[in-house]
Ligand binder design. Structure first.
Ligand SMILES: C[S@@+](CC[C@H](N)C(=O)[O-])C[C@H]1O[C@@H](n2cnc3c(N)ncnc32)[C@H](O)[C@@H]1O
Length: 237
């Protein structure tokens, strides 16, 4: 009788531990420790419900992201912006709605499902918006091609955030603007070292030749991180 109870208890504990592990792997960290394919598959599944879950507020998106970015790009004729891991097109959508923004936006994401949602939202801007399926760590664009590169709420889901940031710096033109985010808060702990500390991320960006690196409070779970690409180095003979 006692053995049966102990076995039952062990079974309950095992099932509980397995359930917690699955929850951590698939829900808390969205598949990131299971590889890129699982992350993308989970986003494909979640895509139709993604915007309803996130409930972006247009005023907040404008005040913290779209307007400040437009301001930084003001004066450049038709600036090109690349949004890496664009998801359902959040940044392109709010940036293109900003009256002072007169440029165009390319959104890149690895999930076809997320891109399909983005395309439905951006159809009204089809002359100023383009979407590309691709990987953040291997951007299919030329060096110095964009006046701004953005990547919101995504670094911690990428297979190699440093490689992705290196790519973003590569395609950014000298003097161009980089805007990304740093995961913070209680949930960041679930990412076991994939969510970098503020100083660590700022140092990484500085090491990639980015200047004026500044972190700015944003949401409970994310900070905004702004930077600029330094001027092109003139080779000394
Ligand atoms: C949390 S969502 C953020 C989406 C959007 N930036 C936003 O703020 O709403 C993360 C996005 O990263 C994309 N993603 C994950 N791994 C990727 C990779 N290796 N390359 C490109 N996109 C990736 C996912 O498909 C998903 O759309």
């Amino acid at each position: 009788m006692q053995t049966t109870i102990l076995l039952l208890l062990a079974a309950v504990l095992l099932v509980g531990a397995l359930g917690w592990l699955l929850h951590w792997l698939l829900i808390r960290t969205e598949g990131v420790f299971l590889g890129r394919r699982v992350v993308v598959w989970l986003y494909d599944l979640a895509a139709p419900r993604y915007d309803a879950i996130k409930q972006y507020d247009p005023d907040t998106e404008s005040a913290f992201v779209a307007w400040p970015l437009s301001r930084r790009l003001k004066g450049r004729p038709a600036p090109a912006v690349l949004d890496v891991a664009t998801g359902t097109g959040r940044l392109p959508f709010f940036l293109l709605a900003e009256p002072i923004f007169n440029g165009r936006v390319v959104g890149l994401d690895a999930s076809v499902g997320m891109l399909a949602q983005a395309w439905a939202k951006l159809a009204a801007y089809d002359d100023r918006a383009a979407l590309v399926r691709g990987s953040a760590v291997d951007l299919p664009f030329a060096d110095n091609a964009f006046a701004a590169v953005t990547c919101l709420e995504a670094l911690e889901f990428l297979p190699d955030d440093a490689a992705a940031l290196r790519e973003m710096a590569r395609v950014l033109e000298p003097g161009g603007v980089l805007l990304t985010t740093r995961r913070q808060g209680a949930e960041a702990g679930y990412f076991l070292g994939r969510a970098r500390g503020r100083e660590e991320l700022e140092a990484l960006l500085a090491g990639l030749g980015l200047v004026d690196v500044r972190s700015q409070p944003w949401q409970v779970e994310y900070e905004l991180v702004w930077a600029a690409k330094g001027p092109a180095r003139v080779s000394q003979i």
